[in-house]
Design a protein around this ligand. Structure first.
Ligand SMILES: [Fe+2]
Length: 244
């Protein structure tokens, strides 16, 4: 009789199912162990050279060179790849609650780092989507919302620049779905999100990898350059989508 071969996934799922039979009855409903096998991870698209083409074409005039974006793309791809890797790992993870632990456990490691990976992916999606435009004062409905919150574009711009200098990683312009207005937030890391119920309209990367090749440690000069090449049409498109 031939020996039966099991894939790693089958072994993990078998382990999860048998553990669940012991651990999960406490949650108050009957467990169909087959349902523990059904999670299929949806994967994000990994960005490529096409995704930085607009930035390369649009930022040379302000001193941000192609090499900066080409190196940046590698980091962006890393966030996408790690997002996918963690999604796959979570789909296969033994979810026995007895094995979860707040000091260290696979569940903790995956969930904490998932927020960092997916956060970094989204942050860079928006950074490159809204970079490489004509800059200048905001246009369209975004301009209206900026004026409603900040009184003038100049006030918003001063607040934005100061936010970018005070932050350790990001400045974010969010559209608050509850209050239906915009607000500039600060992000110290890939996973420090502004607040719930905000849709990200504009994201300015202020990690040194975004500007060191061009401006060394002079972040203020980078921000001045960046603000000349914001693509407000892309920001308005994101706002339109956010409002539905
Ligand atoms: Fe970055």
């Amino acid at each position: 009789m031939p020996k039966k071969e099991f894939t790693r996934r089958q072994v993990l799922l078998t382990g999860a199912a048998s553990a669940a039979a012991v651990a999960l009855p406490g949650i108050g409903f009957a467990i169909n162990q087959e349902n523990l096998r059904k999670m299929e991870p949806k994967l994000v698209r990994v960005p490529d050279a096409n995704d930085i083409a607009k930035a390369i074409a649009g930022t040379a005039k302000v001193g941000i060179q192609a090499k900066t974006h080409e190196e940046h793309l590698k980091l962006w791809q890393g966030y996408a790849n790690k997002t996918n890797e963690i999604r796959k790992a979570l789909a296969e993870l033994d979810t026995d609650p007895a094995k979860a632990n707040q000091i260290y456990s696979q569940m903790r490691a995956l969930k904490v780092n998932y927020a960092f990976a997916y956060g970094g992916y989204i942050n860079h999606n928006v950074y490159f989507e809204t970079l490489g435009g004509g800059g200048g004062p905001a246009t369209g409905d975004v301009a209206t919302l900026i004026n409603e919150t900040y009184g003038s574009f100049e006030k918003w711009a001063a607040d934005w620049k100061a936010t970018g200098i005070a932050g350790r990683g990001w400045a974010y312009l969010g559209y608050d779905q509850e209050e239906q207005r915009v607000w500039s937030y600060m992000g110290d890391s890939q996973d420090t999100f502004p607040a719930w119920n905000n849709t990200l309209l504009l994201a300015m990367d202020v990690y040194e990898h975004a500007y060191y090749l061009d401006f060394q440690t002079a972040r203020a000069k980078y921000i001045d350059a960046y603000m000349q090449v914001i693509d407000w049409n892309a920001v308005n498109a994101r706002l339109k989508k956010a409002r539905g």
